[in-house]
Design a protein. Structure first.
Length: 60
């Protein structure tokens, strides 16, 4: 019997590290302040400035 040829094992790319600021979501919550006394009334989602919304850790 002839020996079987085996295909080369496909190596998967390692998953990029998640951003430490937004934990991989790409969004961070910001407090919404209103009025003269700047009281907090709620939160809204904003783009993570550390990873620019990609969710991956920035390369140094």
């Amino acid at each position: 019997m002839a020996a079987r040829k085996t295909s080369a094992a496909v190596t998967a790319e390692p998953e990029p590290a998640k951003c430490s600021t937004c934990h991989g979501s790409g969004e961070v919550s910001r407090t919404v302040r209103v009025g003269r006394k700047r009281r907090a009334v709620g939160e809204q989602a904003g783009l993570c400035l550390n990873c620019l919304g990609s969710g991956d850790a920035p390369a140094d």
